[in-house]
Ligand binder design. Sequence first.
Ligand SMILES: [Zn+2]
Ligand SMILES: [Zn+2]
Length: 145
Amino acid sequence: MTTASNPTVTPAAAHAHCRCGAFRFESASPPILQLVCHCSQCREVSGRPFSNFSFFKVRDTQTSGAHRTVAFTAASGARTVREVCEACGDMLIDRTEGFPKVVGVVHEALDPPLPFKPLHHVWADSRLADTVLPSDVTVYPKGAG
Ligand SMILES: [Zn+2]
Ligand SMILES: [Zn+2]
């Protein structure tokens, strides 16, 4: 975790929403962790080669708007729930049983955008063959849990 280099800047609350705006997320505090996930479930839901997530403290966050949940059990045995907008189908939220105190948000959904400096790449074994991992991150072959 990095400390803000400029103490005069007060971290703003974070907001995120799906493509159509019906499903919304907000946090009173900035993200505590950022990671890139290479798992196949992320690809299925997002249609992207990998997913960027910012994680927030659950107790500082809330969501609003109609959404449905897509649950699956990871190879690690941990149950993960994705929250997807009812209207447009965008994945916005990731809640993993192994990490009950944090909630993941699809980073690109944050509006206004926040810097993305992921320190971890998870499910690297499942990445697409042409995805190159940076050298300055912690790589987990499977989940971090
Ligand atoms: Zn939507
Ligand atoms: Zn994933």
